[in-house]
Design a protein around this ligand. Structure first.
Ligand code: SAH
Ligand code: SF4
Length: 396
């Protein structure tokens, strides 16, 4: 294990997994308000010395300015007494992640390189379409898992993102798109996918707390039906994700046999395909109107045969899963050990699944020219050696 991670138990009936230490405190000693519930903002104000009644009123006002107006300057909060503003400014912060670089793809996809207050870089992507706009949000800096086809998986996990850093991504996107005040009409940003860097179910509490604010009708106001959480298959946390967050579920299946899934998604050695599909069948809120998405990356001669497609259909039927399948052409990155399947192969695979009555669209890669496509996200953190990754995967 590298120097900045340690083995810590995470809440719930889960084996200890390598998770990073918490974020360093802010250098200026201020308390960050983004990412806190109304209750927690009130608590922080009270702790700093406000009377309970005052704290409650101020918390309500500050919440409104932050999440409905996008304001991060206490001096602009016109219903807060001028005399109290310096007191707030001295003690509290309302910050977004720092934007280090913003890029735009020829297809309109945008990618931001962001930095936490303690100097860790991560990425966020916005994918505009004719009728919607999807923000791809990161949950961790790097990832503890090392799926062999994923560029993020070659990064050393630096740390979990805090709730404020997750909510902050959505707020930054609203800033960039000019979508304050926050109202549902005419927004470009309509959907959120937790599919950026990291495994959201290995940062469960922070992701849940962040999404609660994103979904709050009085907060950022995005419906849970427009939010999708993608997991590589952290089985013991899936039920809680359904119960406590309640967003759409996407599962990175990518293979239908133990041999191949063990190789490309090493977490499979811990939570196998049967266990994973049983957890999908039990996912709270999944039904025919709200299907589980299975993501399937198309890797040449690895997982893309007709037999694989037929086995995928068989498994979905065996577990009676309300499912759709997203076929993702593999996005290459320097040194990747795989190639993308041919177009004909992908089409043949899609047809087999489709003919069995299961929707299986082929995803058009977006933002490849700026390395913004699925699996291409990686920041400058030290690249781990392939041999180390293989050793860790073998130990998983
Ligand atoms: N950690 C989560 C969410 C982030 S990855 C998960 O694994 O589900 C988002 C999606 O991109 C996952 O389905 C992932 O398997 C896929 N992906 C990763 N690398 C890819 C690549 N090089 N090409 C295409 N898709 C990739
Ligand atoms: Fe992590 Fe997901 Fe990439 Fe796997 S695919 S290494 S779980 S980010």
């Amino acid at each position: 294990m590298s120097a900045d991670t340690s083995l810590m138990p995470i809440p719930g009936p889960v084996d200890p997994v390598p998770v990073p230490r918490a974020a360093a405190p802010r250098a200026d000693g201020k308390v960050e308000l983004i990412g806190r519930s109304r209750e927690a903002i009130r608590g922080a104000l009270e702790e700093a010395g406000l009377e309970p009644k005052q704290a409650k009123l101020r918390a309500k006002q500050i919440w409104h300015w932050i999440y409905n107006r996008g304001v991060s300057d206490f001096a602009k909060m016109t219903d807060i007494a001028k005399a109290q503003q310096p007191w707030l400014i001295e003690r509290f912060a309302i910050t977004r992640p720092e934007v280090v670089e913003a890029q735009v793809s020829t297809d309109g996809t945008r990618k931001w390189l962001l930095r936490t207050h303690d100097g860790h870089d991560f990425e966020m992507v916005f994918i505009p379409d004719a009728d919607r706009g999807t923000l791809c949000v990161s949950s961790q800096v790097g990832c503890t898992l090392n799926c062999r086809f994923c560029h993020t998986g070659t990064m050393k996990l630096v740390r979990n993102l805090e709730p404020g850093e997750i909510v902050g991504q959505v707020m930054l996107a609203r800033d960039a798109l000019g979508e304050w005040p926050s109202s549902p009409e005419g927004r470009m940003l309509t959907n959120i996918v937790m599919m950026g860097m990291g495994e959201p179910l290995y940062n469960f509490d922070n992701v849940r707390d962040a999404l609660k604010i994103v979904m709050d009708g009085d907060g950022l106001g995005l419906s849970k039906r427009r939010i999708t959480l993608s997991t590589s298959g952290v089985v013991p946390m899936m039920d809680r994700a359904g119960e406590e967050i309640g967003v759409n579920l996407a599962v990175s299946l990518h293979a239908v046999t133990k041999e191949i899934r063990d190789e490309i998604v090493p977490l499979n050695k811990k939570y196998g395909i049967e266990e994973l599909l049983a957890a999908c069948a039990a996912y709270p809120g999944a039904n025919n109107a709200r299907r589980i998405t299975f993501e399937y990356v198309m890797l040449k001669d690895k997982n893309d045969s007709d037999a694989d497609a037929r086995e995928l259909v068989r498994l979905i039927k065996q577990y009676k899963l309300p499912a759709k399948v997203n076929l993702i052409p593999f996005n290459p990155w320097p040194g990747a050990p795989y190639e993308c399947s041919t177009d004909e192969r992908i089409r043949a695979f899609s047809n087999i699944v489709f003919e069995a009555g299961i929707s299986a669209p082929v995803r058009t890669p977006r933002g490849r020219d700026i390395d913004a496509a699925c699996g291409q996200l990686k920041t400058a953190a030290e690249k781990r050696k392939r041999a180390d990754l293989d050793r860790e995967a073998a130990a998983a």
